[in-house]
Ligand binder design. Structure first.
Ligand code: IPE
Ligand code: IPE
Ligand code: MG
Length: 242
C-alpha cells in the first residue's frame, strides 16, 4: 500500500500497546513481546520518514509504568539502552533527530547519558523529529508547566495576562512540536492513558485491534488513509471548510 504526500499528518503519536499480550498469547514471556515490539517501532520510524511525516512521537514508557515488576522495568531499560546504541547510526544516516519528553531524570544514569548523547548528536538532523516519550505522563507535564509559569509570575518575569495557549505550549516538554494530528493506539484498548492530553485536543484518534508487535507499515498506512478521509472541522461547519 502506498500513500501520496498530500494531507499527510504532520505529527503522528502512537501508544504502542499490547506487547505483553502478544507474548502471552504465543506462550512466551512478556520480554519477548517487548523485543518484538521494538521491531515494529523501528518499522514505524522508517516508514514515517519515507512518506514525509515530519514528527513521530512514540509512547515507550509511561510515568505509571514504574509500577510494573522491577524485572520488567529493567528489561525495558536495557532494551532502550541497546536500541540507542544500535540505532544512532541509522538516525544519522536517515537525517532523523531524536528528542525525548518525560521525566528522564528517573531513568538509569547510563541510559540517560547515552540518550543525551544521541539527542545531541542528531540535533541538526531535519528530515523528521522522532520523539520518545519516556517516563512520560501528561498530567506531570502540565503540573511542571504550571509550576514554571507560576514561578515566573511570582518573580515578575511575566504578567498573568500573558498566560495563553502559546505560553503554556512553550512550557510543556513538547515545546517546538506541533499539535498531534493523528493519535494511534494499538491492542484494542480505547483510552489515552495520560498521553499528550493537551497536545491532542484536536487530534484524530485511531484505534487498531492489532497487538503492537503485529502492527506493521501496512497498518500504519491504513491509519493514515483513514485520517485523510476525515473532515477536520475544528469547531467550524462543513461549508466553512470547503
Ligand atoms: C506496551 O505493551 C509496552 C509498554 C507499556 C512498555 P504492554 O507491556 O503494555 O502490553 P500489554 O498491554 O500488557 O499487552
Ligand atoms: C500505555 O500503555 C503506555 C505505553 C504504551 C508506554 P499501558 O499498557 O501502560 O497502559 P494502560 O495501563 O493499560 O492504560
Ligand atoms: Mg499495555
Amino acid at each position: 500500500m502506498e500513500t501520496d504526500k498530500i494531507n499527510i499528518p504532520q505529527h503522528i503519536a502512537i501508544i504502542m500497546d499490547g506487547n505483553g499480550r502478544w507474548a502471552t498469547n504465543k506462550g512466551f514471556s512478556r520480554d519477548k513481546g517487548h523485543t518484538e515490539g521494538r521491531e515494529s517501532a523501528k518499522e514505524m520510524v522508517r516508514t514515517c520518514a519515507k512518506i514525509g511525516v515530519k514528527n513521530l512521537t512514540l509512547f515507550a514508557f509511561s510515568s505509571e509504568n514504574w509500577k510494573r515488576p522491577k524485572l520488567e522495568i529493567e528489561l525495558l531499560m536495557g532494551l532502550l539502552h541497546n536500541s540507542l546504541i544500535t540505532e544512532l547510526k541509522e538516525l544519522q544516516k536517515n537525517n532523523i533527530r531524536l528528542k525525548t519528553i518525560g521525566d528522564t531524570s528517573k531513568l538509569p544514569l547510563v541510559v540517560r547519558k547515552f540518550l543525551e548523547k544521541v539527542c545531541d548528536q542528531t540535533k541538526n538532523n531535519d528530515l523528521m523529529t522522532l520523539t520518545l516519550a519516556l517516563s512520560y505522563g501528561s498530567r506531570d507535564e502540565i503540573i511542571n508547566s504550571v509550576k514554571e509559569i507560576a514561578d515566573k509570575v511570582k518573580n515578575n518575569i511575566i504578567s498573568v495576562e500573558k498566560i495563553d495557549e502559546s505560553l503554556i505550549n512553550q512550557h510543556l516538554y513538547t515545546r517546538n512540536l506541533p499539535d498531534v494530528d493523528l493519535m494511534i493506539r494499538t491492542s484494542g484498548e480505547k483510552r489515552i492513558s495520560n498521553f499528550l492530553l493537551w497536545q491532542s485536543a484536536y487530534a484524530e484518534l485511531y484505534f487498531s485491534d492489532k497487538l503492537w508487535p503485529d502492527f506493521k507499515s501496512e497498518h500504519l498506512l491504513k491509519a493514515i488513509e483513514d485520517y485523510k478521509s476525515r473532515e477536520r472541522r475544528f469547531g467550524k461547519t462543513s461549508q466553512q471548510i470547503i
